[in-house]
Design a protein around this ligand. Structure first.
Ligand code: PLP
Length: 473
């Protein structure tokens, strides 16, 4: 088979791929699934699964069938239409617990609009006080970084543990040292992603118990992990886990969750009350009583019409099997890395500089890099995105809301960043173009390719053909 990429023609070598990654053949059900259930992929190379998973046609059909045949009212009542909605919210909670193998005796599911809002619930409610600690890895999404503002506002210190090039992992000794700094008798929160949305690194889940033994509550950001990896909460017991469901199965958007151990949820102190979160609130008595469990954290009306689509999406994922998805993505990621890292510029130098592990060990299906030109300079990631757009390839460029990962990868130091931010004209306002100028035109971003449930070998080979187009540029 052959096809034309960005300025080049490539010839597929399926036998080579299968020799190197024979277990890919065991995932063939996903080829049939893609053909039957994801028609929009026929004309598109989708390489942005970490930003959003894709939905199968049958998910939509089943959800719409449900909406056509059920009368769902606002859940906060006992009337019949309300009861239907309440029942499906309860079913969705049960489906989430089963998917993560989380015992209902130990875990609660709090629905929130997305992973970021679930993180905000933790940030605003965690009992940070003077002398307390918020510890986090450089490698974190901004929605985790933002918790530092809640921590500091209440007198806690926020401390980062660095990640180290080239693999962008945390040095175990650095982490061990940081974990020794818990505030004895105080509140200590340690946050990290199970999988980096920048480098694809899978940080050890063993850190959970290690940190807890040193007095930390652990917040595991699973947003970039669970679409392609099993997270078994009967084995791993962080205090808090956050997730956006569209990342797992594409539809619906607008629903995420905070999975919290009951003991951990009981430590949180909500800063306000709202519709849906109380048993009683009084105007003249000037008092309110929060509801028990997850209800106290679910502000206002849940997206109750979308809620049945959560169980449908989880069933879809379970019917395929997360381990099958994992194996497919592992094989494709390995092949992508092998091919990409073998490409050479006309100067004989590597065509790309990779930020993250070069093989499939302890990493997921996220591959981030910059292309380098024949003159030895990085090719602007914005130009790469423009060219990919014209080739109908969806990839992502920039720093993916993970500034710590970006700063390490691109060699931006704390000193140069502070001197840029301290300039009087940048006190309150800084555009991305200002930022580029003030760090001397250094690259401020990279190119990210991410694979998922229905990625196939053609997607990867099309991308490699596209990448070859940069040879000689
Ligand atoms: C690791 C990680 N955490 C958190 C988020 C935030 O997810 P959302 O934008 O759905 O709130 C993302 C989104 O890409 C992510 O990759």
């Amino acid at each position: 088979m052959c096809y034309v990429g960005f300025g080049v023609t490539t010839v597929l070598q399926p036998s080579t791929f299968l020799q190197r990654y024979p277990s890919y053949a065991t995932t063939a059900t996903l080829d049939a699934l893609r053909a039957a259930e994801y028609p929009a992929l026929a004309a598109h190379t989708y390489l942005d699964f970490t930003a959003a998973g894709l939905y199968a046609t049958s998910q939509i059909t089943r959800h719409f069938e449900f909406l056509k045949t059920h009368l769902c009212g606002n859940p906060h009542s006992t009337n019949p239409s309300s009861s239907v909605a309440t029942e499906y919210v309860t079913r969705a909670r049960g489906a989430v617990l089963r998917f993560f193998n989380a015992s209902p005796d130990e875990w609660e599911v709090v629905f929130a609009g997305n992973a970021s809002l679930a993180l905000k619930l933790i940030g605003e409610s965690y009992p940070f006080g003077p002398g307390d600690r918020f510890l986090l890895t450089f490698d974190n999404h901004n929605s985790v970084n933002g918790i530092r503002e809640f921590a500091r506002a209440r007198g806690a210190t926020a401390t980062y543990v660095p990640v180290v090039l080239p693999e962008m992992r945390v040095a175990e000794a650095d982490l061990a040292r940081a974990l020794e700094t818990a505030h004895a008798g105080g509140s200590n929160l340690f946050a990290y992603p199970a999988q980096s949305n920048f480098s694809g690194v899978q940080h050890p889940l063993e850190w959970i118990a290690q940190a807890q033994a040193k007095g930390w509550d652990v917040l595991l950001d699973a947003a970039a992990f669970t679409a392609t990896n099993r997270l078994d909460l009967s084995k791993w017991k962080p205090d808090f886990v956050v997730q956006s469901f569209y990342k797992l199965f594409g539809y619906p958007t607008g629903i995420g969750c905070l999975l919290a151990r009951k003991t951990a949820l009981a430590k949180l102190r909500r800063p306000w009350f709202s519709g849906g979160t109380i048993t009683v609130a009084s105007v003249q008595g000037d008092k309110y009583y929060l509801a028990e469990g997850p209800t106290a954290f679910e502000d206002g009306t849940l997206d109750f019409l979308a809620m049945p689509a959560i169980a449908i999406g989880l069933q879809h994922l379970e019917s395929i099997g997360i381990d099958v998805v994992h194996e497919r993505v592992r094989c494709l990621t390995g092949w992508l890395l092998d091919q990409l890292l073998a490409l050479k510029q006309t100067s004989g130098r590597p065509l790309v500089r990779l930020y993250g592990p070069p093989d499939t060990e302890r990493r997921g299906g996220i591959v981030t890099f910059n292309f380098y030109g024949a003159d030895g300079r990085a090719i602007d990631h914005r130009r790469v995105e423009e060219l990919a757009n014209t080739a109908n390839i969806s990839l992502r460029t920039g720093c993916f809301c993970n500034p710590g990962g970006g700063e390490v990868a691109l060699g931006l130091t704390g000193t140069e960043l502070s001197s840029c931010f301290r300039q009087p004209e940048h006190e309150t306002h800084l555009t991305i173009d200002d930022f580029r100028l003030c760090i001397d035109g250094k690259s401020t971003g990279a190119v990210r390719v991410s694979l998922g449930m229905v990625s196939n070998i053609l997607d990867v080979d099309r991308f490699i053909a596209f990448a070859r187009g940069f040879i000689g540029q």
